[in-house]
Design a protein around this ligand. Structure first.
Ligand SMILES: Nc1ncnc2c1ncn2[C@@H]1O[C@H](COP(=O)(O)OP(=O)(O)OP(=O)(O)O)[C@@H](O)[C@H]1O
Ligand SMILES: [Mg+2]
Length: 82
């Protein structure tokens, strides 16, 4: 099964503070997943990466049947892609 969303090895730092460290996560087409964690765990930062608001320092984010890289798309393009 091809993943709908495939996040691999994503790391994000803000002024040297590592908010997300080597995150790998995937969702299949018929899956529903919940992201939980304490305040400051990086949940919103994770969603900001998927939607294009924040760019990671490293890693990849692939979406859809064609495995398009969301990191090469603008926020508007990501929204239009669904
Ligand atoms: N723009 C930013 N500049 C500096 N630090 C940031 C920025 N955005 C997030 N952080 C830091 O990154 C870490 C992760 O924050 P994030 O908001 O992703 O956590 P969260 O899991 O959504 O928390 P909450 O449950 O409070 O919503 C926190 O330590 C936060 O202070
Ligand atoms: Mg949050």
């Amino acid at each position: 099964m091809t993943a709908l969303l495939e996040v691999s090895g994503v790391t994000v730092s803000f002024d040297g503070f590592r908010a997300i460290n080597n995150l790998t996560f995937s969702i299949g087409p018929a899956e529903l997943r919940a992201i939980i964690g304490p305040n400051g765990a990086g949940k919103s930062t994770f969603m900001d990466i998927v939607t294009g608001k924040t760019r990671p320092d490293s890693g990849s984010v692939l979406f859809g049947d064609l495995s398009r890289s969301l990191l090469k798309m603008t926020e508007a393009q990501i929204a239009r892609a669904g």
